[in-house]
Write a new protein. Structure first.
Length: 216
């Protein structure tokens, strides 16, 4: 929060009058998950700053350089089975990166204070999403349902070999708590099913490293 307050003060001193802040879906000051609680605290700090604001709350963003969708495809391509934590019924509403950019640009041009869920037009259960990706890359996913802790430990092990953090415990819990599928109308127009079809040949050919992206 200290860095956030410094950013507020710098914005005010520079004469900035409006801020577009990218948060996450379903943050809450009462969340048992520290990551979601912290995001809610940052949102509240922007609201209390006195600056005009738009807060955008994306779920999973997909596109040419995304992490999650690509790496699901990568694991399906290269592993004999795909481990799904729990029952796989928890939902996701992914949004296309260019739709997300359009929301950000549009928000700059408005004046009202607002909070917007950045969600696409399709909702999938996690297992449906995995099966859809497998079908599009030409290797139907062989699903193995796993206890959450075992699935998490498996991704920790994979991360050791890949020198990356595949998914954090907070991300696992947010996903399985349906926090990536807020209700309400779609604010993005691009369908993931259409995008997967167009990009099926290249998707998941290489693993996309979260750490590598930030520190290369």
């Amino acid at each position: 929060m200290r860095n956030t307050i410094t950013l507020f003060n710098a914005a005010k001193n520079a004469g900035i009058r409006r801020v577009v802040h990218v948060s996450i879906a379903n943050p809450s000051l009462d969340s048992p998950l520290a990551y979601y609680r912290g995001k809610a605290q940052v949102e509240q700090a922007w609201i209390d700053s006195g600056l005009s604001y738009t807060i955008l709350r994306p779920t999973v963003i997909f596109g040419r350089e995304d992490i999650l969708i690509n790496n699901i495809a990568c694991f399906i391509r290269h592993l004999p089975v795909f481990g799904v934590p729990g029952d796989g019924r928890y939902r996701i509403r992914p949004i296309y990166v260019e739709d997300m950019v359009c929301l950000m640009v549009g928000a700059v041009q408005r004046h009202a204070d607002e909070t917007i869920d950045a969600v696409g037009p399709e909702t999938f259960s996690f297992e449906e999403l995995v099966r859809l990706i497998g079908a599009q890359v030409g290797k139907p996913a062989r699903i193995m349902r796993m206890p959450t802790i075992l699935a998490y430990l498996s991704t920790r092990l994979a991360g050791t070999f890949l020198r990356d953090v595949v998914l954090t415990w907070q991300e696992y819990n947010g996903l399985m708590s349906n926090l990536l599928a807020p209700m309400g109308p779609a604010t993005g127009q691009t369908r993931l099913t259409d995008w997967l079809f167009l990009n099926r040949r290249d998707l998941g050919r290489r693993y996309a490293s979260e750490i590598g992206r930030h520190f290369r």
